[in-house]
Design a protein. Structure first.
Length: 271
């Protein structure tokens, strides 16, 4: 008789918990399947936007883990566990980790923004905040690496980049090389203009279209400032800049063009 009641009690317990067990198992299976599907959808979207592979894996793993944790909490709730305590513990842990890594997380978020919206790409010549100029070597999760003209490597936190003005010098493929030359008032402007244009047109990197022009930028007390902006391919910016600067100096010397010299007029008054 006791065995009969034990079996009956066990059967009633099993029947009471069986729907919950089945529901929990189905919840876990469906939740893990959703995590896998969502992860693949996100990965495809990131691939279409050419996001860095490391960032793809990290984001997909983060989303997948988050969905799985929520699934396990939901499954535990089916057995009568107080899920609010789980949520509170996870929230507290997330908050603590966030406070400890707020700087790094900020740089990571900025890195994701740079990779998704692509204000520049590897190989572009950029200026960050009006201070750091160089060619982009690598866009990492937390930092961006620039290489300067003198072969220095500058490692800038991504948070610093997104909080400053980004000037993509080579973003359009071609770039105008801004140059200015100062001459004395005694020189003939048309002669000087022809010299500068000839030097610019002789440069193998200067594009024929648009044509190079030279204009008077300003008239000062002891000099005339002429400005020009020949265009070249972005990767030849510095080659063009140095070629024209040196070429104009040599041509000025040959033509006898006088450079301005600082002067001061002193008037003596007899009393």
């Amino acid at each position: 008789m006791e065995k009969y009641f034990d079996i009956q009690n066990m059967t009633s317990v099993i029947m009471a918990y069986l729907p919950k067990v089945i529901g929990a198992i189905l919840t876990i299976i469906i939740g893990f399947w959703i995590a896998k599907v969502v992860s693949k959808i996100i990965q495809k979207a990131l691939l279409r936007n050419h996001v860095d592979t490391g960032v793809q894996k990290f984001l997909c793993s983060l989303v997948s883990t988050g969905i799985k944790i929520m699934t396990m909490i939901a499954a535990a709730g089916m057995f009568g566990f107080e899920t609010t305590s789980f949520v509170a513990i996870i929230s507290a842990l997330a908050f603590s980790v966030g406070l400890a890594l707020q700087g790094s997380l900020g740089h990571f978020a900025s890195g994701v923004l740079l990779l998704v919206f692509k204000p520049f790409k590897t190989g572009d010549l950029v200026e960050i905040g009006g201070g750091k100029t160089g060619t982009v070597c690598d866009i990492q999760i937390f930092n961006t690496v620039l290489e300067t003209l003198d072969n220095k490597r500058i490692i800038i936190p991504n948070g610093v980049i997104t909080s400053n003005v980004i000037t993509n010098i080579s973003g359009q493929g071609t770039i105008g090389v801004e140059l200015s030359f100062k001459i004395g008032h005694e020189n003939n402007i048309e002669t000087v203009r022809k010299i500068i244009c000839d030097v610019a047109n002789s440069c193998p990197y200067v594009l024929k279209d648009p044509a190079t022009t030279v204009s008077v930028a300003s008239l000062d007390d002891n000099m005339v400032k002429l400005a020009t902006r020949p265009f070249c391919n972005s990767d030849k910016y510095w080659d063009t800049y140095f070629y024209i600067n040196e070429g104009v100096k040599v041509a000025f010397d040959k033509a006898g063009i006088k450079m301005p010299t600082p002067g001061m007029n002193i008037n003596l008054i007899k009393e």
